[in-house]
Design a protein around this ligand. Structure first.
Ligand SMILES: [Zn+2]
Length: 691
């Protein structure tokens, strides 16, 4: 067979098998047989790329090339639905709408899945492109990622143009399993589904177990179905027709109508549908609301739609919403506000967090003016823009969050985008996982944040160096890095506004006191990404109780040693190697160590170098050029098996005497203890090393 024909045949077969597998869950061939067909097609596509189609079943695999998401207008504007929060209100809306229609109208009740909405555009039987909702008029083209979703048909047996709306979602079970393997966790299934649609690499999007349900179809006007096929004038018939074209539609819609004949027709189309007269709708809404947890994916409400297309047209639209449909939502937002602005925060590790600036609103007893927006994916998921009316809540959390857009702003209908560059240092931001980062280590905002983090109560607890004081010292250039906290001259603060004698004394004392903070706190306070208190505790419990042991493992690139620690995975282990071998970090550690901070857990034994000092008891006195603080000399003695004691006694074997040694030296000489100078000590250490 000629290659082109063979490729067409393979593509047709593979698409048929994909439909059987993903949509109908009724595969006809084994996975191995499927893979064989796909491999053959991939080979041919490599040899004859000119014959490969944009909708080849091979597109399910995705690509490693960077995606872009150009804007495109929607053929039919995607309006948001008006929302109600009580079943009786929804039932009342239904009665009123039915009365306006007359002639026994029918209504569907469908699940409002908490995912990402998408519009698929087909022409001449091929998927042309897939757009996000965007602001309803213009969406982003996410076709490459959508093509990887097995439940989205790439080719259909319908030659006229067709737009299909639906929801892309992930089940709670798949979300939990998939999220567990990600270094950066997604907050919820909706966030992951929406984030995957905007994945830069479609090969990565292909790995996310995404599902698709179609819930609305727009066939061209006047185009009737073939004989025996559903017409395009009734929503239920359209859903049935979509199913016939290979789309996955929900098999159990609710259908409410006072005509018995039409209820029977609905059951013919959807044998698993719930059908009843209009009066039963309120009970139905209540029941589904109570049973929402038994559905394997998140639903946040139900959508009630009038089914007759001609009556829909008669009812028309308000400025924001269609009059023939309504969303009944299970949870009302706790407060309503307006998004005035978005502030961009940059954390100590460079992570960018957009924060909503809100019109002040009362929420659980406090005035809320700001709320987290997490990241660009979250904003995209909400399709949020400045000026929008938003629902705010504090569910299960103390930090208020923007949960949904209630009404898009008419004045500025676009979706907010993070700036391309860091607002503090103008470095271009990079996206990794769900977040954007400023990767400039010198970024002043990152520096300032790192200093504040180090001094905060949970870390080194230097309470006199609060955000304001740090900002002042930073602006003066006196404290730019963490070790500067211990080296800057506190006396310079004399005469500065707001720094009275007592305050300066307190700063001096609290900086001094922090030198005694235990190793676990010091290590966590350094604020290396992924090295939070829990990881530090695990490291110490496992025996990494001395910074030298950690640095040694990192220098050997021994991430497996870290991964052997309970609670530390490979990703964190590799991060640890990076952190503790980076020259800048090693310098920070060296400077802090020289400042006398604790770099070994209490009771930890230093790593043994050799046994050359076993049986010896050393006392250290005076000051040293090389061993500053003196504990560095004590470490060297212990590493060689020697003991270090506080005072000179009859059992003392050696006295290490530095400059201006006093009474201990006199006593040692009296007892005939060997007195060793710093130089002698150094050569002793070296001699043993070469041995
Ligand atoms: Zn920056």
């Amino acid at each position: 067979m000629e290659p082109r024909k063979r490729m067409e045949y393979l593509a047709g077969e593979l698409l048929r098998h994909q439909h059987l597998y993903y949509v109908l869950a009724r595969p006809e061939v084994s996975d191995a047989e499927y893979d064989r067909l796909l491999d053959e097609l991939l080979q041919l596509e490599m040899r004859f790329p000119q014959y490969a189609s944009a909708n080849s079943p091979s597109r399910r695999v995705g690509s490693d090339l960077d995606n872009s998401f150009p804007e495109r207008p929607h053929a039919v504007p995607v309006l948001s639905l008006d929302k109600l929060y009580q079943p009786q209100e929804a039932a009342q809306w239904l009665r009123k709408t039915a009365a306006a229609c007359g002639n026994e109208p029918g209504f569907t009740v469908e699940e409002k899945i908490d995912g990402a909405s998408i519009v698929l555009y087909y022409d001449r039987g091929e998927l042309q492109y897939a757009l996000t909702r965007g602001n309803g008029l213009v969406g982003n083209d996410v076709s490459a990622n959508v093509r990887t979703i097995g439940q989205v048909p790439l080719r259909i047996a319908e030659t006229s143009s067709l737009a299909v709306r639906g929801e892309i979602y992930i089940t709670r079970g798949d979300f939990a399993a998939f999220n567990a393997g990600l270094p950066e966790k997604y907050a919820n299934p909706r966030n992951l589904a929406a984030g995957s649609l905007r994945n830069l690499k479609s090969a990565l999007a292909a790995r996310v177990p995404l599902n698709f349900f179609a819930y609305e179809g727009f066939f061209p006007a006047g185009r009737e179905g073939r004989p025996g096929e559903s017409s395009g004038r009734d929503h239920l018939e359209i859903l049935h027709r979509l199913a016939g074209l290979g789309f996955r539609v929900h098999p159990r819609p609710g259908f409410f109508c006072d005509s018995e004949a039409r209820r029977e027709r609905a059951l013919q189309l959807f044998p698993e549908a719930t059908v009843a007269p209009l009066s039963a709708v309120e009970d139905h809404l209540r029941r589904l609301g109570e049973a929402r947890a038994s559905v394997p994916y998140d639903i946040d409400g139900l959508v009630i739609k009038l089914v007759e297309m001609d009556m829909r047209q008669e009812l028309g639209f308000t400025t924001h919403h269609p009059r023939w449909a309504m969303a009944y939502k299970f949870d009302s937002p706790q407060a309503r506000s307006e998004l005035l602005d978005v502030q961009v925060q940059v954390g100590r590790n460079g992570r960018v967090t957009p924060v909503a600036v809100l019109k002040p609103v009362q929420l659980s007893g406090s005035t809320v003016t700001r709320a987290t927006l997490h990241n660009q994916d979250y904003i995209d998921m909400l399709e949020l823009g400045i000026g929008d009316q938003v629902g705010i809540s504090k569910r299960g959390d103390v930090i208020p969050a923007v949960e949904e857009v209630l009404d898009k702003s008419v004045a500025s209908p676009s979706v907010y985008r993070l700036p391309e560059n860091c607002p503090f240092c103008a470095t271009r931001l990079v996206k990794e996982g769900a977040h954007h980062f400023c990767r400039n280590e010198e970024c002043p905002e990152r520096r300032r944040r790192a200093l504040s983090y180090f001094c905060a109560r949970e870390q080194m607890d230097i309470e006199t160096l609060g955000e304001k004081t740090i900002a002042f010292l930073f602006a003066r250039g006196w404290v730019r890095t963490v070790p500067d906290i211990y080296s800057f001259d506190v006396e310079r603060l004399h005469g500065e506004e707001g720094f009275k004698e007592r305050k300066i004394a307190r700063i001096r004392a609290s900086v001094e006191a922090s030198r005694k903070q235990p190793f676990a706190r010091v290590l966590a306070a350094l604020g290396f990404e992924g090295v939070a208190a829990a990881v530090v505790a695990a490291l110490i419990a496992h025996g990494f109780d001395d910074i030298d042991k950690i640095i040694a493992a990192a220098a050997r690139n021994d991430w497996q040693a870290f991964a052997a620690v309970e609670g530390i995975g490979e990703a964190t282990a590799r991060q640890l190697v990076g952190h503790f071998s980076a020259p800048a970090n090693l310098e920070t550690i060296a400077r802090l160590r020289a400042a006398g901070l604790q770099f070994r857990a209490e009771g930890a034994a230093p790593e043994r170098v050799d046994d050359s000092l076993v049986g010896q008891v050393w006392v250290i006195t005076g000051s040293f050029a090389r061993f500053n603080p003196r504990s560095l000399a004590a470490d060297e003695i212990r590493k060689r098996g020697g003991r270090v004691a506080e005072s000179v006694t009859a059992r003392t074997t050696h006295l290490l005497a530095g400059a201006s040694a006093g009474s201990k030296l006199a006593k040692a000489e009296k007892l005939g203890v060997a007195v060793v100078s710093e130089d002698e000590f150094l050569s002793l250490l070296r001699k043993n090393q070469t041995k």
